[in-house]
Design a protein around this ligand. Structure first.
Ligand code: NAD
Length: 416
């Protein structure tokens, strides 16, 4: 990532491009640009050796005009308030682009889960949940997993919130284990959505996914599952990476073997039958489809020209800078933007929340069918917008989403 990279500045830059094209008034821009609430909390966590560590966390609600705020929580040593603000804004547009009744939020805690025990993580999570309980709730703001958080972390948040209320509140988080009100299909949802939109893009570009070469940066919930699903679709997974580095094999990997290797050894870079490369080199290998599934700001004006893929399907949030967008568009590479490509995760989170509120659960077939309908509809609407304005799909998606939020704001009016 570039030294000067600021995700919030990038999110605002993307917003302004769409606002210009929409001819949005300065008043409306000012209203939509700023996050509604930014909560920073500093709290103590007792570590296993008995010492107390002060930890900083954030929860930002960008906009709640169309419904409760929704967005994941990430645990990384590098997370900043500006990163969380950007991710919260992208969540607002993401929920609007797929037409689900949520606003956008995001959370982050500065910590390194790789160097913490499960007991330490649980204490950190329960205390953070308590600290942000003043703004989260099933009708106000519903967290979910993101980088380095998972179903177990969501279970601890759900339990902590429920203890405070005095009864179980499954709908306060999504991405929970099935046994406490989680949804069928949530684990695979983000990658399933990426597959659906990539199918649509490939169809429009008249090439077959069968045999297509795929490179994936990041091998967690989004990237690891995408490797499995694209492999099942008949694609060849030629490169993957995690924080330990990248591996490449032009004959393709079996994702099941890689997932097993990662589970046993903790890293991909120790896998033998492959050419080894840096984390970022996997972006530039010969491939048809590139899936960035790790972090922000990795496709920049520095490397965009060297990207060989025909489709970039953004499983990660914010992987491509606006300068790189221009370079990719000019060379005919189709970027399926994050707010569309990875919206399968929040869409099935929405299904989970609906099921929790009505205490009535759907089977996997129903979830997948409903997800496919929503993703295909959103893809077609974005592609149509991009065609109409002769622009890339990011601008098309942002225009569609921002217009929807602006309309809701207009019709609700300004209180008081
Ligand atoms: P995860 O923690 O499950 O996996 C992250 C993966 O990326 C890991 O393999 C890690 O080794 C790798 N990684 C982390 N930092 C990296 C770096 N600097 N360079 C290369 N690899 C790196 O996280 P996830 O849930 O899969 O999230 C990945 C991305 O997808 C994020 O941008 C997240 O916001 C986005 N996303 C996730 C979901 C979801 O449902 N989990 C939904 C929408 C979007």
């Amino acid at each position: 990532m570039q030294q000067s990279f600021n995700p919030y500045e990038m999110a605002v830059q993307q917003f302004e491009l769409a606002a210009d094209k929409l001819g949005l008034s300065e008043d409306m821009r000012e209203l939509l640009r700023k996050p509604k609430r930014e909560l920073t909390v500093n709290f103590p966590v007792r570590m296993d050796d008995g010492h107390i560590q002060m930890v900083t966390g954030y929860r930002v609600q960008h906009n709640v005009t169309r419904g409760p705020a929704k967005g994941g929580i990430r645990y990384t040593p590098e997370v900043t308030l500006d990163e969380v603000k950007a991710l919260a804004m992208w969540m607002t547009w993401k929920c609007a682009v797929v037409g689900i009744p949520y606003g956008g939020a995001k959370g982050g805690v500065i910590c390194d889960p790789k160097h913490m025990t499960s007991a330490e993580l649980e204490r950190l999570t329960r205390r953070f949940a308590t600290e942000i309980s003043i703004i989260i709730g099933p009708h106000s703001d519903i967290p979910a997993p993101d980088v380095n958080t998972n179903a177990q972390v969501m279970a601890w948040i759900m339990d902590t919130y429920s203890m405070d209320q005095g009864y179980s509140v499954p709908a306060v988080v999504t991405g929970k284990p099935l046994s406490i009100g989680g949804s069928e299909g949530r684990n695979d949802a983000t990658a399933t959505g990426v597959l659906f939109v990539t199918r649509s893009a490939a169809k429009r570009m008249e090439f077959l996914l069968q045999g297509a070469r795929v490179s994936i940066q990041g091998f967690g919930n989004a990237g690891g599952v995408a490797a499995r699903l694209f492999h099942n679709e008949g694609c060849k997974i030629v490169a993957v990476s995690d924080t330990s580095g990248g591996i490449y094999n032009e004959d393709g990997f079996d994702p099941a073997v890689l997932l097993r290797h990662k589970a046993e050894h903790g890293t991909l870079s120790s896998y033998s039958n492959a050419q080894h490369m840096s984390i970022h080199d996997v972006l530039e290998v010969p491939c048809d489809i590139l899936i960035p599934a790790a972090t922000e700001g990795v496709i920049t004006e520095e490397n965009a020209d060297r990207i060989q893929a025909r489709i970039v399907a953004e499983a990660a949030n914010g992987p491509t800078t606006p300068e790189a967008d221009v370079i990719l568009f000019n060379k005919g590479c189709v970027v399926i933007p994050d707010i569309l490509a990875n919206a399968g995760g929040v869409t099935v989170s929405y299904f989970e929340w609906v099921q929790d509120l009505q205490s009535f659960f759907w089977d996997n077939e129903e979830i997948t069918h409903r997800l496919e309908v929503i993703m295909n509809r959103a893809f077609d609407a974005v592609a149509e917008k991009a065609d109409e304005y002769h622009c890339d799909m990011r601008l098309g998606a942002n225009m569609l989403a921002i217009a929807r939020v602006a309309e809701s704001t207009q019709v609700r009016g300004i209180y008081p």
